[in-house]
Write a protein that binds this ligand. Structure first.
Ligand code: UT7
Length: 329
């Protein structure tokens, strides 16, 4: 029997119109364009504005973009996964609402939450459903409205994050294209260094949690930075070794974009030149679950069938991992 692999066959994206530039941030907090550019590589980020618009709004728009580009009938979608760190609500899944609004009424749905690794883990999850042979079309969407959990008076975090969404479609492939291998790891001791402490079951919302700004992202940047650099490089190395890949035969590196210096360090550890490294941090900042699909959408017309891509991500939890994929179109 031919082995079924799970291949990405279409991508879509959505970015809010509003651009928050470094110049604007200079007026909001004690920072400057030079610091932000040299320490992070970010020039601007997108922010979703408007009443009652959450991550589902962007997820729906990214999915619609994919559906239109691919000419896909949404009734054929079997499963919709929304990877997100900022779901619309605690108890009703963002994916259920998204699927209904795009007309994917035959699909079952769930959210996948693992901070900045949400989309990477979503790729593994989507692939397993396809590889099972039971499901033919799985839509994976990464959508994050990071601005909903950022304190715009805190210069340590507000300069980094942006909003956005990207969507991919996974389908079965019998020619060996698609997801080939993966290495994923976590370390729960890391949660003290990167978290939104309140609003969940551990510290439910109260008047005090709001007053004490516990619903915003807290990050010990230096510690997270060190872990991110070493762990992303470690899993990328492991996946190369295991698949007998060398820097010469990798076509692209697509990593989570939290800081340009982390991306560059991962690339240099595996010896990849700049032209093989996908970058979007300067335009969008750290978009959490949207980063990887936005990279694919922005580089889609440079990708060729058979291109070997290494994906890697690191985020809260701590959680991290890498995926090796052969591009299918
Ligand atoms: O996506 C999930 C994973 N997240 C990450 O991977 C993020 C990892 N961390 C980082 O990217 C970096 O640690 C940051 C960009 C968050 C911070 O950069 P850093 O080079 O680690 O800076 P730092 O926190 O060590 O701060 C250095 C200095 C400090 O001043 P002093 O104490 O040396 O006088 C900060 O107060 O820079 C100051 N600083 C700023 N200055 C201007 C911190 N934020 C700013 C700012 N503008 N926005």
């Amino acid at each position: 029997m031919t082995k079924i692999t799970a291949a990405i066959t279409a991508v879509g994206k959505y970015l809010p119109e509003f651009i928050l530039s470094n110049a604007m941030l200079e007026k909001m907090v004690d920072t400057n364009d030079e610091w932000i550019t040299t320490r992070t590589g970010i020039k601007e980020r997108r922010i979703l504005k408007g009443e009652n618009l959450g991550s589902s709004f962007m997820a729906i728009e990214a999915a619609k973009n994919l559906i239109e580009k691919k000419g896909l009938n949404p009734l054929e979608i079997d499963l919709v996964i929304v990877s997100t760190a900022t779901p619309d609500m605690q108890a009703a899944s963002t994916a259920a609402y998204t699927a209904t609004k795009i007309g994917a009424t035959n699909a079952f749905t769930f959210d996948l939450i693992s901070a900045c690794s949400s989309f990477l883990y979503g790729m593994s999850t989507a692939a397993r459903y396809i590889e099972s042979g039971r499901y033919k079309k799985v839509m994976l969407i990464g959508s994050d409205m990071n601005s909903s959990m950022i304190d715009y008076t805190d210069r340590a975090t507000c300069i980094i994050f942006g909003d956005g969404a990207g969507a991919v479609l996974f389908e079965p492939n019998e020619e060996g294209y698609g997801l080939i291998d993966e290495v994923h790891q976590t370390d729960g001791n890391g949660r003290e260094f990167l978290q939104v402490p309140a609003g969940g079951s551990w510290m439910p919302a109260t008047k005090e949690t709001v007053e004490q700004k516990k619903h915003f992202v807290y990050q010990d940047g230096k510690t997270v930075f060190k872990y991110a650099v070493s762990k992303m490089a470690e899993v990328a190395d492991k996946i190369l070794e295991r698949n007998e890949l060398s820097k010469e035969n990798i076509d692209w590196l697509a990593t989570h974009q939290a800081n340009r210096r982390i991306v560059d360090a991962t690339a240099s550890r595996i010896g990849l030149p700049e032209e093989k490294v996908m970058i979007n941090i300067e335009k969008y900042g750290n978009t959490t679950s949207a980063t990887l699909p936005l990279l694919l959408a922005d580089y889609e017309n440079q990708l060729k069938k058979g291109d070997k891509i290494i994906f890697a991500a690191f985020g809260g939890g701590f959680s991290w991992g890498a995926i090796y994929m052969k591009w299918a179109y």
